[in-house]
Design a protein around this ligand. Structure first.
Ligand SMILES: [Zn+2]
Length: 267
């Protein structure tokens, strides 16, 4: 069987509180075989474990979002709320779940230089490196969020020699994505707004075909601006990939699914 896959989504978000089951049912109807739900901090990480227990379609990835990684030192006047928690206690929790074989991936995690200045980078890097260590120890893929720190994130990952890496919604230059994909064999997941985003279309066109995955980052980054995104929208990304590469839709779907099984193992 060949399925569609969403390797990065936030079904834990409050926007799904009223109809989460319906959204998952729609994904199944659309032909999805895996929804990798990514955690950000203790609350979403635990919710994801519960969701995965209840439905085999949900594949749990636990992580610490780059802003949450520095929650203990984030300024009071920060534009949105970042709740404090013991970050390294959470890393230990993620490690114990990974060692118990309950996780499909580590993430999301990485570096953010958009909301935070360089003075927060050392703190973010410490947490990022700890999670790279967990992924490598447990031979799990790691899902990377990076904003304005793409090259630095690549350097850190390369220094650790980690192979199972997926950059989610890569906002750096397309040439850098291509370079990282070719040099290290890393994967890149393209969001559903690729239908209207030139940068993502270019990535679909030029990245090595065996290293392309699909994601939604739902509820964010939908194909229609202002409208809530959901996992079923990966179907449009596969169609876009087929169109740009001159493949049939079936062919594009199979290639992305094969890429998924190579990175995540058959789950
Ligand atoms: Zn995300």
């Amino acid at each position: 069987m060949v399925f569609f896959v969403d390797v990065h989504t936030h079904l834990t978000h409050d926007d799904f509180n009223r109809d989460r089951d319906l959204v998952i049912a729609r994904a199944k109807l659309a032909g999805l075989g895996a929804i990798v739900v990514n955690g950000l901090e203790p609350k979403s990480n635990r919710m994801i474990l519960d969701m995965a227990k209840a439905d085999g379609l949900i594949k749990p990835a636990l992580g610490i979002y780059p802003l949450d990684a520095v929650c203990e030192i984030i300024p009071k006047d920060f534009p949105f709320e970042v709740r404090k928690f013991d970050v390294f206690e959470e890393v230990a929790f993620i490690r114990s779940e990974a060692l118990a074989g309950r996780l499909a991936a580590i993430g999301e995690c990485g570096l953010d230089g958009h909301y935070l200045g360089p003075e927060y980078l050392p703190g973010q890097e410490k947490v990022f490196e700890a999670l790279i260590g967990v992924a490598m120890e447990c031979n799990l893929p790691i899902i990377i969020h990076t904003r304005k720190c793409e090259r630095r994130a690549g350097e850190i990952l390369a220094a650790h020699g980690i192979e199972k890496v997926n950059f989610h919604c890569f906002g750096g230059r397309v040439n850098l994505a291509k370079e990282l994909a070719e040099k290290y064999g890393w994967w890149f997941s393209i969001p559903a707004n690729c239908t209207v985003n030139e940068g993502f279309q270019k990535m679909l066109s030029v990245l090595p075909p065996d290293q392309i995955l699909t994601e939604t980052d739902a509820p964010y980054l939908g194909p229609v601006k202002g409208q809530r995104n959901e996992p079923a929208n990966v179907v449009g990304t596969v169609q876009q990939l087929a169109k740009l590469r001159g493949w049939t839709d079936e062919d594009a779907k199979k290639r992305v699914y094969d890429n998924y099984t190579r990175l995540f193992g058959i789950l």
